[in-house]
Design a protein around this ligand. Structure first.
Ligand code: FES
Ligand code: MG
Length: 571
């Protein structure tokens, strides 16, 4: 083993080493300071991130594993982000969380890190941080909730909130029953149990090679998660001894494997921005088009909400991510490595499907070519995305008249107005909701449908925005339009009544308006009025530096890595 990074603090008989050791001697023996890897447990537990509130128990198992392998475990509480509570959107702080975690890992005497993440933004932020420090790192995903039931039917977190609330608006479910379902929605500890962003990013961490294979998707209350956590603590010590760093695991090949996995599980569109941001930290050349090109041949095998029927507990029972990946093994890069030191594909030998209704065998997919489609055209020169698996097939080729909303408040104020000129062929357009515009690119892209159309039985319409949508949502929703309206995108020039063309098979998104007319609109006052730049604080820094969705919405100055260099002394 090479000299430990922590030895820069602890070794020698000089005054400063004395200081560092003396203050850490609260139960640590002499041997703690010689040749024993110091492993931080970057813990996103918080009572305000209910999906991660059980992480201290996981951390305890990790600690025991670290000790057992001869390391020193150190709990490091880090910035946490709760998807449901934080306003205006947890995404506004993903990069701040990543930056603060990166800085604390580098500033402290740690040799390796175990990353405890769950709720949507926490795993992406942790991976971005670990990539930019590039010390040995491994993820323990905190696991999904158990399935809750209401009146005999399972409830999918997130997805069924959207569905039931639309039923109330359509008049097919009473308000009373809707409110009764609330206490059944969240049955246990853990993150959302649909294939939303949290479940997706746990699977992405595993497909990238950053978990012990077979861990992702283990339900939060399942005792096997603690056994895995213990093993992960042990592994973290080995990673340091072997010098296996994120940059050796997170190669372009690993990202392409993650894209295959994303398509096969029908994962969240949010994974696109997160994977692009993580790749950016490593200098891995990954583009929006890779998602379309690589995902295009991958079949959808997992029948989970929001696109399908089942929930994460079912996926785990049916064999989990490894069983899914075994079916598409030929599409995976055989070289892409994992934290275990062995390639991902070598971990698939023992995987089996135990329930073919939940995980379809390759020969009987739910859908061929399930990957996220990347659309381009004058409305999205830098790209936009749509998840065909969650869309209505008959709307994938559509021409309709735009009904434009300038903000989410504008939408809420006018959507249900009986006088609003809208029918089921209209295209709902929402702007001002991109990274700069909101700011933070919230999950509002899955706009609700006008009440009068719901009452007629309409359940899907083409919707287009510069926002993201919740991984638990569904519909024919075009997202991440780049450049966004607030960055001067053509989206800002659309007017109600303009014809819009969506052609998913042709990968096109066009505003059918004369270019001369569009240039005229560019100079109009309404084109620039929508965006008021924040004057101070994080929001200002964010808006000044955030990149567009096609670049992962990271801050421009956070792209890349500063490595694990040890800074000058503090005393
Ligand atoms: Fe935390 Fe869905 S709200 S994972
Ligand atoms: Mg979310």
């Amino acid at each position: 083993m090479a000299e430990l990074r922590s030895a820069e603090w602890y070794s020698g008989d000089v005054r400063n080493a004395y200081i560092h050791r003396a203050w850490m001697r609260r139960g640590l023996p002499d041997s703690a300071f010689t040749d024993r890897p110091h492993i931080a447990i970057a813990n996103t537990a918080s009572d305000l991130t209910p999906c991660n509130s059980h992480f201290d128990e996981i951390a305890t198992s990790v600690k025991q594993g670290v000790y057992e392998a001869g390391g020193i475990p150190l709990n490091l509480p880090v910035m946490s982000l709760g998807e449901t509570l934080v306003r205006p959107t947890a995404m506004l702080w993903r990069n701040l969380a990543a930056m603060s975690i990166e800085e604390m890992l580098r500033a402290n005497p740690v040799d390796g890190v175990v990353l405890l993440g769950g709720c949507d933004k926490t795993i992406p932020a942790l991976l971005m941080a670990a990539a930019s420090v590039d010390i040995p790192a491994v993820v323990v995903p905190g696991g999904p909730m158990l399935t809750g039931h209401f009146r005999g039917a399972p409830l999918g977190c997130g997805t069924d909130v959207w569905r039931l609330s639309e039923e109330v608006r359509a008049g097919t479910l009473s308000e009373k029953l809707f409110l009764q379902s609330e206490s059944s929605m969240i049955r246990s500890r853990g993150h959302c149990n649909t294939m939303g962003t949290a479940s997706t990013m746990a699977c992405m961490a595993e497909a990238l090679g950053m978990t012990i294979p077979g861990t992702a998707g283990t339900p939060a209350p399942d005792s096997r998660l603690l056994e895995r956590s213990h093993a992960t603590g042990r592994l973290a010590v080995d990673l340091v001894r072997e010098g296996r760093r994120p940059s050796t695991v997170l190669t372009r090949e690993s990202f392409l494997n993650a894209i295959v996995a994303l398509a096969a599980i029908g994962g969240s569109t949010n994974a696109v921005v997160h994977l692009l941001a993580i790749a950016g930290r490593l200098g891995v050349d990954l583009s929006l088009d890779d998602f379309d090109r690589v995902g295009a041949n991958v079949p959808l095998l997992v029948d989970l909400q929001p696109a399908g029927r089942y929930l994460m507990e079912d996926l785990h029972r049916a064999g989990g991510l490894l069983a899914v990946l075994r079916e598409v093994r030929d599409l995976l890069d055989p070289q892409a490595s994992t934290v275990t030191g062995a390639p991902l594909v070598e971990h698939l030998d023992d995987a089996r499907i135990w329930d073919e209704t939940v995980i379809r065998p390759r020969g009987n997919p739910l859908l061929d070519g399930a990957g996220i489609a990347v659309l381009r055209g004058n409305l999205a020169p830098d790209g936009a995305v749509i998840k065909p698996a969650a869309a209505s097939p008959e709307l994938l080729r559509h021409r309709g008249r735009a009904v434009v909303f300038d903000s989410i408040e504008d939408l809420h104020a006018r959507l249900d107005d009986p006088a609003l000129e809208v029918d089921e062929t209209s295209v709902l357009v929402l702007r001002g909701c991109g990274p700069k515009g909101y700011p933070g690119m919230p999950e509002v892209g899955n706009m609700p449908l006008p009440e009068k159309l719901l009452a007629k039985g309409v359940r899907d319409m083409v919707r287009i925005s510069d926002a993201r949508m919740s991984g638990t949502a569904y519909g024919t929703v075009v997202l991440h339009v780049a450049p966004e309206a607030a960055a001067g995108g053509v989206l800002g020039l659309v007017r109600t009544g303009d014809p819009v063309v969506l052609d998913v098979p042709g990968r096109r998104l066009e505003l059918d308006v004369d270019p001369a007319e569009l240039s005229r609109r560019k100079g109009s006052p309404e084109a620039s009025a929508a965006f008021a730049a924040p004057v101070r604080g994080w929001e200002r820094l964010y808006v000044e530096h955030v990149m567009q969705a096609d670049k992962g919405a990271d801050l421009d100055f956070l792209v890349g890595s500063s490595g694990d260099r040890v800074s000058r002394e503090s005393h």
